[in-house]
Design a protein around this ligand. Structure first.
Ligand code: FES
Length: 117
């Protein structure tokens, strides 16, 4: 159901290995990552350690290294890796016909609504 998904633009707006941020009125800023292998992930743009801006970190594999204290955060789960503990919310994302979509309810911090019958 397309109405549940927010179109945030074409995939080629984010170079591989980079991220862009998406300000959300009344919600948390989102970071959208493009990995070197062509996958896309979205997380709340706050490191679980001390809220470092993950969008400015180095992407390696499906992991981003936080720019502040170098914690490694999984782009798939939002969890801190290695000996570090904490988790940042992930935002469901899909790519369709060259465009990136985020799950609207997750972006806005709402509970998912049941699909209309
Ligand atoms: S704020 Fe990210 S590692 Fe410290």
């Amino acid at each position: 159901m397309i109405g549940n998904w927010l179109d945030i633009g074409p995939v080629n707006q984010i170079e591989p290995g980079m991220a862009r941020t998406l300000p959300v009125e009344g919600g948390e800023e989102i970071a959208v990552f493009h990995t070197m292998t062509g996958d896309f992930y979205a997380l709340v743009n706050k490191c679980p350690h001390k809220q470092g801006p993950l969008s400015q970190g180095i992407v390696h594999g499906a992991v981003v290294a936080c720019p502040l204290h170098n914690w490694n955060i999984s782009l798939k789960t939002g969890e801190a890796l290695g000996g570090d503990e904490g988790c940042v919310p992930t935002i469901p994302l899909k790519v369709d016909a060259g465009r990136i979509y985020l799950l609207r309810s997750a972006v806005l911090g709402e509970k998912p609504k049941p699909e209309a019958a």
